[in-house]
Design a protein around this ligand. Sequence first.
Ligand code: FAD
Length: 391
Amino acid sequence: GRPRVVVIGGGAGGATVARYLAKDGGGAIEVVLVEPAHRYDSCFFSNLALGGFWEFAALGHGYDGLAGVQLVQDWATGIDRDARRVALGGGGSVSYDRLVIAPGIDFVGGAVPGWDVASQQAMPHAYKGGRQIRLLKAQIEAMREGGTFAMIAPPNPYRCPPGPYERVSMVAHLLAQSNPSAKILIIDPKESFAKQALFEEGWQNHYPGMITRIGPDFGAGNIEVRPETMEIVIDGEPEKVDVCNVIPAQQAGMIAVDAGLTDETGWVPVRPEDMRSRLDEAVTVLGDAAAQGDMPKSAFAANSQAKVVAHALRAELTGSTAPAPRYLNTCWSLIAENDGVRVGATYAPAEGKITALDSFVSQPGEGAERRQQTFLESVDWYRAISADIFG
Ligand code: FAD
């Protein structure tokens, strides 16, 4: 019969691979997508929803547009790589000729002492889309006057490098309107962060005096949280806060870890030409879960990688020719109304990894018109990428 490709994970990476393989494969390849959710709630643009610039409902996408893809609404619970079989939560299994894994991220256990997923109601991560983002917004809206919003930022590498700082901007935007004496405290284990000069300039301009960031020099590497009492403990000093957004250290989605595909970093090493696992020829891993080189963990990157993957698998399974691999990324961030910034690059395989070629970034001091243009560009991008992923 036809060769079968099983795709685990219907997010930015996996759904794009499934859709392109079914669309461009001319029916020569059987495509099975394993994804437990009926609806994908995108993390991308969730910060804008938090800030009131986007509807929560507009973050949701169904799978009806994936023509020719067999959808298995279930969890993949295990992978037998010798037998080439994926076990399903419902009890069955599905065999593959080639397996694609795009499960996104999971949190590293114990990364923030005092916090685990059982604490996510009191101290939300809001870093996997959906309900957690709405919960965080409700908590911000319920903050007492002059209260403190704290964010525990993650160490590198993590999903969406500018994401926590765009989030801080959106929280500041909300608070500036409804609770202007409130404070934002960022506890950050990193020396520096993505687009730092742009964010800091924007925070000074739009939210003067509201945002404080504590870096590793001031104890941010030595923190603990107490969800029961809403305390954070920096270098042994407890402090009461009103809202605490804990974004823990991250690793590849557990299904990739359990399949033995990750290395000591917790991510899956892949070949830069086609995102194939370095440990298993029959398995491709893309998106956030992959350790590929210079690309950030973003939906744009996952979608770009997916097209290279679809070309490579189609070429291998149908004897066609794949174009030379080229990758693209842009990460936009909104700092305040119409104040958009971006950073991006083109990439190609070189020196055994995906390597950045040309890059660009917004500049401090740009005019308002330019910033608005950048924001509008991001809105166009959201619509275009949603259609490209989900049909
Ligand atoms: P995901 O999109 O997370 O998809 C993984 C899918 O796999 C999920 O649907 C999940 O249900 C499924 N899955 C997991 N395990 C299993 C299993 N065992 N069996 C079956 N299915 C499974 N990126 C941008 O490009 N631009 C932005 O502006 C942007 N903003 C962001 C803002 C925030 C606050 C956050 C948190 C992220 C943002 N991102 C942005 C990053 C982007 O969301 C991720 O990089 C992207 O979703 C990664 O795609 P992925 O396919 O690897 O994983």
